[in-house]
Design a binder for this molecule. Structure first.
Ligand code: C5J
Length: 234
């Protein structure tokens, strides 16, 4: 078993990314039924939600390896209070969705805490003790305790997965970057309802010398974790 202090370096865009498990958190953004299954928020906005399910197997593999390595796991949910006191009217009233935030849908009230559709999908369900952040906005840091929880845990580096790439993932990664975290987005563990938005988001985040952060497939992360585990005496 690794002690978590092995320095790992993996090939990434735009240049190699360095991390150690002990000071890194895996942040899984909004892998909720509301975005991934029919009848939730994503579908009410007119999106084809089937696209997002493709990243579940790769995300499960990273989560399992990260847990085995003993790394900190953070799950987020886009979630509002039942009285919608944390949902700005501008957010609820925008556009012409088939159901608005707080309306009753086939999986309960749309984007409301505690409703069936608001839960993280079973394949990536949080374990007891893992951090679960309910966030009223797109970013994981806005109006949440995430910043202080990461500071308490001595975290310096973040690995991002989740949906959707150009909305909540990108917003959260930009917030993290502004707070001084080195961030890596796992390319096959994030997805958008719009493939060209995903491609553009990946490109713009790693451009200009990793102006927001790095991107890489999950394979080198899995390989580095496996190598660290194998290198340790049992
Ligand atoms: C959206 C999200 N797309 N989790 N939320 O509204 O990206």
């Amino acid at each position: 078993m690794s002690t978590g202090t092995d320095i790992m370096q993996i090939p990434a865009n735009p240049f190699p990314f360095t991390f150690e498990v002990a000071t890194t958190a895996l942040v899984i953004i909004d892998m909720q039924r509301d975005f991934i299954e029919p009848g939730g928020f994503g579908e009410t906005l007119g999106n084809n939600v089937a696209l997002l399910a493709a990243i579940v197997p790769a995300s499960q593999a990273v989560l399992a390896a990260w847990r085995t390595a003993g790394g900190l796991v953070v799950h987020t949910r886009e979630a509002h209070e039942a009285d919608l006191s944390d949902c700005p009217p501008a957010k609820r009233e925008r556009g012409n969705p088939s159901l608005r935030i707080g309306d009753e849908g086939p999986m309960g009230r749309i984007l409301v805490k505690g409703e069936p559709g608001n839960q993280i999908i079973a394949e990536l369900a949080p374990l007891a003790g893992e951090i679960v952040i309910d966030k009223p906005g797109k970013g994981a840091f806005y109006a949440t305790p995430l910043s202080s929880l990461l500071q308490q845990a001595g975290i310096k580096t973040l690995l991002f997965m989740g949906v959707t790439t150009e909305v909540c993932v990108q917003t959260s990664m930009r917030e993290a970057n502004d707070r001084g975290y080195d961030c890596l987005l796992l390319e096959d563990c994030t997805e958008s309802y719009f493939p060209h938005f995903k491609a553009a988001a990946l490109e713009m985040m790693s451009a200009q010398g990793a102006i927001v952060g790095w991107t890489a497939p999950s394979a080198p992360v899995l390989a580095a974790l496996a190598q660290a585990a194998g290198a340790q005496p049992h």
